[in-house]
Design a protein around this ligand. Structure first.
Ligand SMILES: Nc1ncnc2c1ncn2[C@@H]1O[C@H](COP(=O)(O)OP(=O)(O)O)[C@@H](O)[C@H]1O
Ligand SMILES: [Mg+2]
Length: 259
């Protein structure tokens, strides 16, 4: 099961969700591969790799090898592990790939070439994407079974979500017919505020009929920033917090969906 976490807006909780969802799933005994597919390398930092720019092998090298039909680096050169979770890291070099992909025949399938043979080794592969609808995000969508869309009520934009959904429809028609939308996840929710209530109502009105909106909603909490700062998941940092419980709830919702 390959899931892309996508939203072309920055700051909607993509990286936080990829990391904590992976952790929650691994807590349920699942084997998870996290793919950092954002040149900012935030997920790589979350994972505790302090200087992503010094990595000898990252997603840049892997993508490059695939595009030049070279032998891939051995997995032990690029897989970083924490318990049941593996990570393929990224750094700013990945932005070069986005440029090179423009002239690449069948370039949309580059990430698929890496992940397809790895699929059977993991219960879940979760891809964290960069805040754009460019060629890296399209590569991630092309490789995925589904998309999880985090929505931050503070940054709600109907146009933004429509653009993302249109890209997913295009990818489905042209490159990857099996892709579906896993669901919309409300993140950074302060349920007392009018803003939250209004954004949630709009999401329900616009998409409630056609797209699953996860029952688990991620509360706004300073604990998330603290946990990120210490490169810990929120389940490790504050196991009893509402945010930890919310991510565990999300993991269960995914699993109940049959994967
Ligand atoms: N539930 C939350 N409560 C408070 N802050 C959060 C929460 N989720 C994420 N953040 C913070 O918001 C910022 C953006 O989150 P991030 O996951 O990096 O978003 P994205 O990957 O979409 O850009 C980060 O500083 C992160 O620590
Ligand atoms: Mg991010």
């Amino acid at each position: 099961m390959i899931i892309t976490v996508a939203n072309q807006k920055g700051g909607t909780g993509k990286t936080t969700t990829a990391y904590n969802l992976a952790y929650a799933l691994s807590h349920e005994g699942k084997r998870v591969l996290l793919v950092d597919f954002d040149p900012q390398g935030n997920l790589t930092l979350c994972f505790g790799i302090e200087q992503p720019d010094r990595l000898k092998v990252s997603m840049f090298h892997i993508m490059n090898a695939i595009m030049s039909d070279e032998l891939l680096p051995a997995p032990d050169q690029y897989l970083h592990s924490q318990g049941n979770i593996d990570l393929t890291p990224s750094n700013i070099e990945l932005s070069i790939i986005e440029i090179n992909l423009r002239d690449e025949m069948g370039g949309e399938k580059t990430l698929t070439t890496l992940l397809e043979p790895m699929k059977h080794q993991y219960d879940y592969i979760i891809i964290d994407t960069n805040p754009s609808l460019g060629l890296l995000t399209i590569n991630a969508l092309a490789a995925s079974d589904s998309v999880l869309i985090p929505v931050n009520p503070q940054l709600w934009s109907a146009t933004g979500l429509t653009q993302l959904l249109n890209i997913i429809i295009k990818v489905k028609k042209r490159i990857n017919p099996r892709i579906t939308i896993e669901g919309i996840l409300m993140t950074m929710c302060d349920t007392r505020t009018l803003l939250y209530k209004e954004a949630f109502r709009l999401v329900q009105d616009h998409y409630g009929e056609s797209i699953r909106i996860f029952e688990s909603q991620i509360p706004l909490s300073v604990k998330v920033g603290e946990a990120n700062f210490y490169s810990q998941s929120i389940m490790e940092f504050h196991p009893k917090s509402k945010v930890a419980l919310a991510y565990q709830g999300l993991a269960k919702e995914l699993m109940n969906h049959g994967y």
